[in-house]
Design a protein around this ligand. Sequence first.
Ligand SMILES: [Zn+2]
Ligand SMILES: [Zn+2]
Length: 325
Amino acid sequence: MNNRVYLDREKTKYKGNLHLHTTWSDGSLPAVQVVEAFKAKGYHFISITDHDIYARTEEFNTVDFVTLPGMEKGGLNQVADKNPGYHFGVLNDPTADSELERFEHLEQFPVPIPWVGDHSPQLLIDEMRAHGNLVIFNHPEWHLTRFEDMVKYDGFFAIEIYNHATEWSTTSSYGAAYWDHALQNGKRVFGIAADDSHEHDPNWRIHEYGGGWVQVQSAALNPVDLVKSLKQGEFYSSSGPEIYDLRVVDGKLTIECSPCKFIMFKSFPQRGAFLGDFESGEPLTQASMEVDKDMQYIRVECIDFAGKVAWSNPVFVSDLLQGGE
Ligand SMILES: [Zn+2]
Ligand SMILES: [Zn+2]
């Protein structure tokens, strides 16, 4: 089995939010104030993803803060004006050629999009990709998405596994079960935590800003390197804890994290390890488990004493078996 480093404690990680709204759609703050709110919270990058209107906001970029062009594309409901519907995160991919012209700043899209059958979501995903974007399957739990959709549809590079605004408003924010369903069925998709902040004061004590984010291990803070790392899964998601390091050495997967109550290795088809110092309640800052070559994938969740979670991306075991034992 090959050794492999997924997250390296020595490498810089950049904190970002890939899902949020401004007055360009139904958010209450203008983009300039949203940028300031995330800067003040220590973020390195954001993508402004308003509903059905594309944002290119390079004017906000500085040496220590970057905005990635994007949008949230929705307007696709099987039954008009009723959930369940579909929302896809759309993120400009500067590392790939685009078949069709890239979207322009404040380019607007018609809503609703007519439902033309079960393949409607796929048509939308394909269209977004043809214009040079990555696609994220947004808030499946909140949107009452069927688990089978994770397998039926293709071409999204990640699933939103934690959406803070729907936690804030309806406590239906977790997509990890959808993620496992996709992974169990052989999909290579990553998990993304995000705010989806809309309209609330960034300084409220019960907050909508800064509740879910990604930490991207990237060569530098610029759109090309960030997106390159996102596409390779070189990041983790969090609503609180930090993951410092994740690697496989001599057949053993080890994670290092900020102090946590539990560390869970979620794998399939065999169950992974679940660790906690149950007797003393002392925090854990690292854990390991043997990789079984018959496992499809292993991903790790680090859960802190407040119940907040950091999610690693999956280790695909077949990658570790390539070119040898
Ligand atoms: Zn949405
Ligand atoms: Zn949204």
